[in-house]
Design a protein around this ligand. Structure first.
Ligand code: NAD
Ligand code: TYD
Length: 340
């Protein structure tokens, strides 16, 4: 199969490409990424020379470029990871979220229709369901939970999900959607909770916890998300939505304290700061459908995954220190200057 992975220089798409290029040497992978602030080619260096891997710099909002690429490559499968993803940035500047997360998805699906792509897979999020109360641990998001987004980010992802399902119903486009809970692991951009707290704790800097730290997220180790997507594109039923999550609910304060303990740093580093506007209280996934229908099971618990993640950040300081210093933004220029 020839597989287009959009957003493959980001956190989850990067982990997907790194894992699957090696796991499926019989398949060809093309990563398309605009290399926004969140995209980092250094993430892909372990597969950059592999014969079944190719990187293309480009924007999913660019219809001409997308059309040309699809005509050239004749993809069998398109997996769309590309998105603006940071809730806090969507509060600052919602416009780019609508453009990339909705218009970009439309462009990709129009190309899928034109070039008869066999599967369009949209990588979505549990945030499209809104939030759950903190005092009802019995409630979980199911695939039929109504869409009820809170932030410009989640609203843009919800809009995309509706458009994807409409393209299936109206045009018969063979689509699938996965909605995953919060991911963590290697190559996570250091402005998101877990890598931010690890990098700041290592520098003995204060750890900014929003509100009272009681908000709950359902954490999934990133490669478990990747294995679920790989299963869905191969065995998932067209037109279906699959929830992905591993029953790892933790409050933000629990997560931060776990990190501090593992790094042997004092809890006095924790600073409670002004809450995020519209801050979702709790996310929690019911992954029964993907478990029973496709036999998916996560490999990591939160305890094993967070230890592995902390070790990775300790052993790969250069990757995230380059980001913090802004150096990685010169990487494309350095690597590709002579290859244009
Ligand atoms: P990320 O921000 O780390 O990576 C996004 C990637 O998309 C970057 O490499 C960026 O350069 C690229 N990109 C952005 N705009 C683009 C455009 N217009 N054209 C081409 N490329 C573009 O995000 P992530 O955490 O890896 O998330 C990947 C996907 O998974 C997103 O769709 C997100 O909504 C979804 N998701 C994320 C989580 C999570 O916890 N991080 C959970 C569930 C779902
Ligand atoms: P984040 O990693 O931004 O993911 P999302 O908002 O998509 O769930 O945030 C995870 C949780 O951590 C969320 O409840 C907000 C909180 N948070 C903090 O308390 N402090 C921080 O500095 C950040 C970035 C997040």
């Amino acid at each position: 199969m020839k597989i287009l992975v959009t957003g493959g220089a980001g956190f989850i798409g990067g982990n997907y490409a790194l894992t699957m290029v090696k796991k499926h040497p019989e398949d060809e992978y093309v990563v398309l990424d605009a290399l926004t602030y969140a995209g980092n080619l250094e993430t892909l260096k372990d597969v950059a020379g592999d014969p079944n891997f190719r990187f293309v710099k480009g924007d999913i909002r660019d219809r001409e470029l997308i059309d040309r690429l699809f005509a050239e490559e004749q993809f069998d499968v398109v997996i769309n990871f590309a998105a603006e993803t940071h809730v806090d940035r969507s509060v600052e500047d919602p416009g780019i979220f609508v453009e990339t997360n909705i218009i970009g998805v439309q462009n990709l699906m129009d190309a899928c229709r034109k070039y008869n792509v066999r599967r369009f897979h949209q990588v979505s999020t549990d945030e499209v369901y809104g939030d759950l109360p903190l005092d009802r641990p019995d409630l979980l998001f199911r695939e039929d939970t109504p869409i009820h987004a809170s932030s410009p980010y989640s609203a843009s992802k919800a809009g995309a999900d509706l458009l994807v399902l409409a393209y299936h119903r109206t045009f018969g486009l063979p689509v699938t959607i996965s909605r995953c809970s919060n991911n963590y692991g290697p190559y996570h951009f250091p402005e998101k909770l877990i890598p931010l707290m690890i990098s700041r704790a290592l520098a003995d800097e204060s750890l900014p916890v929003y509100g009272n730290g009681a908000n709950v997220r359902d954490w999934l180790y990133v490669t478990d998300h990747c294995s679920a997507i790989d299963l869905i594109i191969r065995k998932g039923r067209v037109g279906e939505v699959y929830n992905i999550g591993g029953h790892n609910e933790k409050s933000n304060l629990e997560v931060v304290k776990t990190i501090l303990k593992a790094l042997d740093k004092p809890e006095s580093l924790i600073h409670f700061v002004k809450d995020r506007p519209g801050h979702d209280l709790r996310y929690a996934m019911d992954p029964t459908k993907i478990e029973t229908e496709l036999g998916w099971k996560p490999e990591y618990t939160f305890d094993t995954g967070i230890q592995k993640t902390i070790e990775w950040y300790l052993n790969n300081r250069e990757w995230w220190e380059n980001i913090i210093s802004g150096d990685y933004q010169n990487y494309y220029e350095r690597m590709y200057r002579d290859r244009q």
